[in-house]
Design a protein around this ligand. Sequence first.
Ligand SMILES: [Zn+2]
Length: 66
Amino acid sequence: MKKLICVLLIVVAMTSLLAGCIGAFKCDGCGEDKFGIMHKEEVMGEEFTFCDDCHKELEELKDMLG
Ligand SMILES: [Zn+2]
């Protein structure tokens, strides 16, 4: 059981490194205070911070726009 928790922690740490940072932040997409994975995106020369949900929506939008 301890081994499983250890593996899970490593996976979470690696995912957070790949996706961005984990912490408390205000999402520019929905305007809510969030705690979790932070995604930084540059939109028209300005940097925005998005929560996981908004980031997914943004990616879908980007796909739609091509
Ligand atoms: Zn959001």
